[in-house]
Design a protein around this ligand. Structure first.
Ligand code: SRM
Ligand code: SF4
Length: 573
């Protein structure tokens, strides 16, 4: 006899992980953060507090370029903090941009990182400057709450409204979701914004998360077809906007996606979210809340590498999770509506949107905003922010849109774009413009190989192969990460590289151009020379043998170069 939903719904047994205990002891994410941030003896903070710090949008890191030298000199590591902003849908005002730019120079390493989840990171902030940095961010109506940690993270939304009149409505839903799913603890306000603790009141009431929060991070993205720029199938919970007669009628709901895995552990794998039904817009807050509570109750709290919602869904079964969701909602999802994605990249240059507004998408290599010797990228955007009346949109592909430019302002903005040579990337190959790289060295403590600092050099060499084969205008997505955590969504790149060791990568092929199919490993642990010779073979075959309109990811499968990954559970086969 098959099991009932109730029999299937059990959380894995096992002692709670250390992080569960830290959260439990933390008094709703307070721990001893307030005290340790004031301690002047070390530039670091204890591990337990660093675990809690993530829920406040920050990690303690150290500069890995300096690690060995400092060890030799018997100095503590070069501790510094990374701070990540909560920025639903990636939309920032010019004032907010100017503040981030100022803080990056005043307290950070002088650069801004535009992340793959449409927000800002500042690296290199010293402990003594953290409180002021957060307060300054707050003064421009932004915060860093829940930007990291075991909670719902920054809610993403398709960035470029050029093809959809209802884009602003969809964007509003990303903001509502983000606000609705925020932790309720006042810890952030007390520690960073000096909010008085009211004596005698309970510490907090965390009705959705509970005192232990989630077993792991949780991510939501909303895509507006035909663009799948947010890689909706990589999200724990994805919403796909359904637009009929220029009206937003609702969203298809997809659950159980994720990218992370661990080298050598095939029980971990990237997974694609599956569509389970359709809901009208007024229902999505409820759907998100109930999905999150299922993960809260049944996620693995014992082994963190098996704790993401994708594993909960795969363990319990999609149908079981859907039935439990409907039971918690008290109503049934409707049948999923048709949708079609074309691509998961960005569309560069000027695009005319609705209500006569213009949007300029710029290519930002590796998402790093910095002034180079011969390219004043950071200064140029700052000068634009000083006169811009619209907004900035940070894209899921680490690029930037100067958004909502009126016809009257377009000339002025265009002149600044020209003056600073701000590039829409047309002089680059299409493959380079479709490349993503995670941060990796020197700040990421988990990096095994370079990514952001190395990919441009590798791209120079790949570009030569591209030119030899006449593929300059062919958009092929390429993604590199410094470890298998997948921060640049490597498993959804038509060509993917995952760092194994310094200078060594696993190479993956065969993901779909629209972000709907995962890749598969083609070669293991190879260095630059082999990467280039492998690419030379597959790209020249693609140039000669591809069919009309065939994308590279589909070609390598049809040509028998790689087998298709039909589900995350066969990613390693
Ligand atoms: Fe990530 C951890 C950077 C998007 C999967 N990620 C990290 C940390 C915080 C390293 C750490 O835990 O010590 C990295 C900080 C590096 C640094 O110095 O800044 C880091 N992740 C990033 C960013 C900045 C990459 C980028 O170059 O843009 C992205 C910030 C997003 C944001 O604004 O919130 C970033 N990370 C992602 C994504 C892509 C996405 O969400 O669309 C993924 C894959 C999707 C997913 O979550 O499944 C991702 N990051 C991870 C994981 C693996 C989680 C897992 O399921 O196992 C880790 C490690 C962990 O959580 O233990 C991680
Ligand atoms: Fe760090 Fe790995 Fe994420 Fe790259 S993929 S930023 S190396 S955790």
């Amino acid at each position: 006899m098959s099991k009932t939903v109730n029999e299937l719904l059990t959380a894995p047994a096992g002692a709670p992980s250390d992080v569960e205990e830290i959260k439990e002891r933390s008094n709703y994410l307070r721990g001893t953060l307030a005290e340790v941030m004031q301690d002047r003896i070390s530039a670091g903070i204890p591990d337990d507090d660093n675990r809690l710090m993530k829920h406040h949008g920050s990690y303690l890191q150290d500069d890995r370029d300096l690690r060995t030298e400092r060890q030799k000199q018997k100095l503590e590591p070069a501790y510094q903090f990374m701070l990540r902003v909560r920025l639903p849908g990636g939309v920032a005002t010019p004032n907010q941009w100017l503040m981030m730019d100022e803080l990056a120079h005043k307290y950070g390493n002088g650069t801004l990182k535009l992340t793959t989840r449409e927000t800002f990171q500042i690296h290199g902030i010293l402990k003594w400057n953290m409180k002021q940095t957060i307060q300054d961010i707050h003064s421009t109506m932004m915060d860093t709450i829940a930007a990291c940690g075991d909670v719902n993270r920054n809610v993403m939304c398709t960035s470029n409204p050029y093809q959809s009149e209802v884009h602003s409505e969809v964007y509003e839903w990303s903001k509502k979701l983000s606000d609705y799913l925020l932790p309720r603890t006042r810890a952030y306000h007390e520690i960073w914004l000096d909010e008085e603790k009211v004596a005698g009141t309970p510490e907090t009431d965390e009705p959705m998360y509970g005192p232990l929060y989630l077993p792991r991070k949780f991510k939501i993205g909303i895509a507006v077809p035909p663009s799948n720029d947010v890689d909706v199938f990589s999200q724990d919970l994805g919403f796909i906007a359904v637009i009929e007669n220029d009206q937003l009628v609702g969203f298809n709901v997809a659950i159980g996606g994720g990218m992370g895995m661990t080298h050598g552990d095939t029980a971990t794998y990237p997974q694609i979210a599956k569509v389970i039904g359709f809901v009208t817009p007024d229902k999505i807050l409820d759907v998100a809340e109930k999905v999150i509570t299922i993960q809260r109750d049944y996620g693995n709290r014992s082994v963190r590498k098996y704790a993401r919602f994708k594993y909960t869904v795969d363990r319990l079964g999609l149908q079981t999770v859907k039935e439990e969701l409907e039971r918690r909602l008290g109503w049934m999802l409707s049948e999923a509506r048709e949708f079609r994605f074309d691509h998961n990249g960005d569309r560069y240059g000027w695009q005319k949107g609705f209500k006569g507004k213009w949007h300029f998408t710029m290519f930002v290599e590796g998402g790093r905003i910095v002034d180079y010797a011969d390219y004043k990228l950071m200064t140029g955007i700052r000068e634009i922010a000083k006169v811009h009346k619209g907004d900035f949109r940070l894209t899921a592909n680490q690029n930037l849109i100067i958004g909502n430019v009126s016809v009257q302002s377009k000339k002025r903005i265009d002149a600044l774009i020209d003056q600073y040579g701000l590039t829409e990337g047309r002089h680059h190959s299409a493959i380079r413009r479709s490349a993503l790289a995670c941060v990796a060295f020197p700040t990421c403590g988990l990096a095994m190989a370079e990514a952001e600092r190395y990919l441009p050099t590798l791209m120079d060499k790949i570009d030569m192969i591209i030119d030899e084969n006449g593929l300059r205008d062919k958009e092929i997505t390429i993604r590199m990460t410094g470890c298998p955590n997948g921060c640049a969504r490597h498993a959804l790149g038509e060509i993917g590289f995952i760092g194994k060791a310094v200078g060594k990568y696993n190479m993956y092929l065969g993901a779909a151009h629209d972000g709907s199919r995962l890749s598969k490993m083609h070669r293991e642990n190879i260095g630059e020379e082999e990467i280039l010779s492998e690419l030379r073979v597959v790209l020249s075959r693609y140039a000669k043998e591809r069919q009309e309109g065939e994308h590279f990811g589909d070609f390598v499968i049809r040509a028998g170069i790689i087998e298709a990954t039909t589900d995350g559970t066969n990613f390693h086969n």
